[in-house]
Design a protein around this ligand. Structure first.
Ligand SMILES: Nc1nc2c(c(=O)[nH]1)N[C@@H](CN(C=O)c1ccc(C(=O)N[C@@H](CCC(=O)O)C(=O)O)cc1)CN2
Length: 297
């Protein structure tokens, strides 16, 4: 079997296009553009790339982008003051603080300061709670993007066995919650799971979000499984290479021979993160303006 490659890049482009069309409708109805504020503290090279991509995608979708770049030694009090200012700014529908933050800053305190109704990352404890009890809030972008790819491919997930490898607040836990809401039978596996290969072998759906390069091997997979690879790991440069290759948490070359479908890295889940961020921002804008959120969002 050669697995179908799930093209997250193409899916994300379609989603961004749809959000762009709805953002124009929003502007006509509300008399203003939807707005996203992104805060970057420090000079982490990967974060700089992601923040630049978010800015470009926001503007391309016809929304207002407010970028705040702060020095690496910014104090927590100054960062919290900026978040407060953005909470009060009516032109700002969504607020995102790029992670990771420099070590002296407490991510949880910063996330807690964001108004839950502007928390388009879905990281605030209020939004985590809303997801847990089935209320509408904001769902973290990466797991929601994974879910869109899964339902596009599989349709109804009822009764399917899903294994999520990784238990982070940002990906693993919300992913498991979304799969459970879709009536899958869900196992969350992690570094202390006994017989991880045996657990993964049961799964019709595998979501790998551990952050360890090519850890999930072809032999672990059930024939015909659908594999969603959230990992983005850079290998050390091979001879003659300037930069190492990007790989996921799954051994793609091996898994391709066993799975029925798999997301590549790059070009799979990663691009969905930014497309869903635009979607969440537009949902926030509709809600903040007191307008009905279009169903197709
Ligand atoms: N506040 C947040 N911080 C972080 C988040 C987040 O959702 N909110 N997620 C990640 C980083 N991230 C967005 O912020 C992100 C990661 C990866 C991609 C992406 O498109 N990756 C490409 C490969 C990119 C490359 O060449 O390096 C791919 O997978 O095809 C987009 C966004 C951590 N921080």
């Amino acid at each position: 079997m050669t697995a179908e490659r799930i093209d997250g890049k193409a899916f994300a482009a379609l989603l961004r296009e749809r959000v762009g069309a709805l953002a124009t409708q929003f502007e006509h109805k509300a008399g203003r553009k939807a707005g996203l504020a992104v805060v970057l503290v420090g000079e982490d090279p990967a974060s700089q790339v992601y923040v630049r991509s978010k800015h470009k995608a926001t503007v391309a979708a016809g929304m207002e982008s407010f970028e705040h770049r702060l020095p690496a030694d910014t104090s927590e009090a100054d960062l919290l003051a900026l978040v407060e200012q953005l909470n009060a700014d009516e032109a700002v529908d969504g607020i995102l603080v790029q992670l990771p933050l420099p070590g002296h800053l407490d991510d949880q305190a910063v996330i807690a300061a964001i108004s839950p109704d502007k928390d388009v990352d879905g990281f605030h404890v209020t939004n985590a709670g809303r997801l847990a009890v089935g209320q509408s809030g904001f769902v973290p972008c990466t797991p929601l993007g994974c879910m869109m790819l899964l339902t596009d491919r599989l349709g109804d997930l009822s009764g399917l066995e899903a294994v999520v490898i990784g238990r982070s607040n940002i990906v693993g836990k919300p992913m498991a919650q979304l799969l459970l809401d879709a009536n899958a039978t869900v196992t969350i596996a992690h570094s202390r799971t006994k017989d991880l290969p045996g657990v993964v072998k049961r799964a019709d759906i595998v979501v790998a979000a551990v952050g360890r390069a090519e850890m999930v091997k072809a032999e672990w997979l059930k024939d015909g499984a659908t594999v969603i690879d959230v990992g983005i790991n850079r290998l050390p440069p091979a001879e003659g290479e300037e930069k190492g290759r990007l790989v996921g948490d799954v051994d793609y070359a091996g898994a391709e021979g066993v799975a029925s479908a798999i997301t590549p890295v790059p070009g799979g889940v990663g691009p969905m993160t930014i497309a869903v961020l635009l979607r969440n921002t537009l949902v926030a804008a509709y809600r903040n303006a007191g307008l009905a959120v279009p169903e197709i969002l």
